[in-house]
Design a protein around this ligand. Structure first.
Ligand code: CTP
Length: 421
């Protein structure tokens, strides 16, 4: 018996020929594949190619009298473990996002309860259009999984984002999703498949050991007083929770937090910047990803008093502060091969510009930049508004929960890893 049943949907772009390779790789991985094509896809590749390889009728139009199954869109959609669209045009994405069902493939999308994975390919301008990005965002919210297009030279001879991800990677991601889905169904005793949220279906960090700093530090003035900040730890713990849910083994080095660490993570407590620095350095050799999400005090009292400081009639008092170790910069400086280093940049103005400077100065792979003056962003909220920066990309995200932002950050980490980092 086949390991998994895949409905492979092919829509009309030049990358349609790559769907043939995807089909072959899926078959090699032990899958039983049925193919559905849009009318335009058949302009690029003949249905006969897929029929010869699958030994099954390839459905383009379910009203076609040659179609052996009179209710094909129902039968096709209900007998698959995954609907995989390769390539997906802007048009098919728009139809899926809006519930338009005017051909076989779009009707299948509406009629299936299987997870859906979409690998888009299109011209950069079409990909970057707000309309397309809105549709992609909406589908992600509906639980559709995306294999994001990559940057490269496109068929139209321009260079930019929009190229279909490597077929091997598409198949690898599809197989990972199916394995995770089977596991999840087994654990929950769910009989029939159902469309899932992105975070629930991935197991794509199974090989990663993620080390995260969380919360605020406390810098002692004397045994009863300290300097600190408003950090709640919510963002760092959201990253920890999301990474653990995606199969990573996670260690958090946590300062002062207003919420408890999630389950399934190792928690190490650290009070001051110095303690956090030492705890991180001790854990670092085991990590493959470092995320600096803590609000670490930049300065600490140079000479903390051993006993409570008395007023002694003074009207003013001066505290001498000295710089604390920059944990993130030190991690980056001492990084071992393959370590991905992520920092946060909380700013109040020129957000992206300052975040890029921080990225260069500290040698980071990814920076999550946010304007803490915006409503819904920053300390102590459950939401954030951020821009995720990498060396070649800038992803300005709308207001979303810290947990969703964590998943978006982890998507970038997976992408970097897949790109060979
Ligand atoms: N960070 C750190 N150790 C420090 C200070 C900051 O690990 N001693 C990390 C934070 O966890 C965050 C990033 O560095 O990921 C950015 O922190 P931020 O305080 O915003 O930046 P600074 O580099 O301190 O720059 P500035 O305060 O001048 O904006």
């Amino acid at each position: 018996m086949a390991k998994y049943r895949i409905g492979l949907g092919v829509s009309g772009g030049i990358a349609a020929y790559k769907a043939v390779e995807v089909l072959r790789l899926l078959q090699k991985a032990g899958c039983d594949v049925s193919v559905a094509m849009t009318r335009h896809a058949t302009e690029f590749v003949q249905p006969l190619t897929f029929r010869a390889l699958t030994d099954k009728h390839v459905i383009v139009d379910d009203y076609d009298p040659a179609n052996p199954d009179p209710i094909a869109h129902i039968n096709f959609s209900q007998n698959i473990d995954l609907l995989l669209i390769v390539p997906a045009t802007a048009n098919i994405i728009a139809k899926f996002a809006n519930g338009v069902a005017d051909d076989f493939l779009s009707s299948t999308y509406l009629a299936t309860t299987a997870p859906v994975m979409i690998a888009p390919a299109m011209n950069t301008t079409m990909w970057e259009q707000p309309a397309t990005q809105r549709n992609v965002e909406r589908l992600k919210q509906d639980g559709v999984y995306f294999v994001e297009p990559v940057a490269g030279e496109l068929a139209c001879k321009t260079v930019g984002t929009g190229k279909l991800e490597d077929v091997e990677n598409i198949v690898a991601q599809a197989m990972r999703l199916l394995t995770a889905e089977t596991q999840r169904r087994g654990e929950n005793g769910i009989e029939s498949s159902q469309r899932l949220g992105v975070s629930a279906v991935q197991n794509d960090l199974a090989n990663e050991k993620v080390l995260i700093t969380v919360g605020g530090t406390r810098e002692a003035i004397d045994p009863v007083r300290f300097i600190s900040n408003h950090s709640s730890g919510k963002m760092g713990f959201a990253v920890a929770e999301a990474a653990a849910a995606r199969g990573a083994s996670v260690t958090v080095v946590a300062g002062e937090t207003k919420v408890a660490p999630p389950e399934n993570v190792k928690a190490v407590r650290a009070v001051s910047a110095k303690e956090m620095h030492d705890a991180v350095m001790a854990e670092l050799p085991n990590a493959t990803v470092f995320v600096g999400a803590a609000a670490v005090a930049d300065y600490a009292p140079a000479n903390a008093a051993d006993a409570k400081i008395k007023k002694d009639g003074r009207d003013t008092m001066t505290l001498e502060l000295e710089k604390t170790p920059d944990i993130l910069a030190d991690v980056s400086k001492n990084r071992h091969n393959g370590l991905i280093v992520v920092g946060f940049a909380a700013e109040t103005n020129n957000v992206v510009e300052y975040a890029r400077l921080k990225m260069a100065k500290k040698g980071l792979d990814i920076v999550v930049a946010n304007d803490i003056t915006k409503e819904g962003a920053g300390f102590n909220t459950d939401t954030n508004i951020a821009t995720i920066l990498t060396n070649g990309s800038e992803d300005e995200l709308p207001l979303m929960s810290k947990r969703d932002l964590a998943d978006r950050l982890l998507d970038q980490i997976v992408k970097l890893r897949n790109d060979g980092k």
